[in-house]
Write a protein that binds this ligand. Sequence first.
Ligand code: SF4
Length: 323
Amino acid sequence: MSLLDIENLSVCVSQEGVETPLVNGISYSVDRGETLALVGESGSGKSVSSLAVMGLLAKALRVTSGSIRFDGQDLLALDDEGMRKIRGRDISMVFQEPMTSLNPLRSIGAQIMESIEENLGLSRADARARAVSLLQEVGVADAERRLKQYPHHFSGGMRQRVMIAIALAADPKLIIADEPTTALDVTIQAQILDLMARICRDHGTALILITHNLGIVARYADRVNVMYGGRIVETGRARDIYAAPRHPYTEGLLQSVPRLDQDRSVPLKPIRGNPADPFTTIAGCRFHPRCPYAQAICRQTPPPFEGGVACHFPLETDQKEAV
Ligand code: SF4
């Protein structure tokens, strides 16, 4: 049994009595200690599906089908108190902008210790010692002194290190990191991702890394789920997808971002058009208005999900000609 098993999960938004799917029948699992990347543009459903796992969906959203099992427990059957115990203790989250997650009026130490005391029930002195050790582990020098400082004393990268320390406070089994480096410059991005990968490896913690940038995750993830229009359109081992994407959307994502292994003189190629609007009906494959390989059947019939890819004409090793 995997640590996390999601089966046929759908999440809808309700507006004026009409329910529109934002996540549409996705299934995936995460093993203990594994890093899974959920990749896609904004609106692909990656964050909404993860908020469903955390039991943190906004009021207008609800799970309309499927199941979420974590460590053998049915999360959708838990009440608010049951989910509150799971959050922080067993599953924790790191968000994109640490400034909105940290309380600007409370010291860093108070915020880390609060999480430790609440989830582990340690004494004040033990919680403080653990907070110092966590700050040291995430690479914050002079941790004793820094504990007394406030978020505005820290740079963006340092604040994200503090958020990782808070996420680690109770030694969770799973961390969900939602665009954890998007607000940071490229050099700091790499440092934070390296740090998260090392810490998860050392602690045996599973990691779901949510990002729009397929170029940077391939190096850190074991497996990748590529999401588009609320569905998983391609799944596989990170290195396979990176080397030979099979879905045209995955290929587009890779061509549109800088890759660490790519010649810098190769120009980036953005995906044409805009991401699918969940409130607009698109017949057939939801990617067809943007797909350079679309054919007549793509405009009429949704592609089945077979062999890890949802496409009528998956890319083979010999790339096909764009039409
Ligand atoms: Fe492109 Fe057709 Fe595949 Fe959709 S099904 S991604 S439109 S080739």
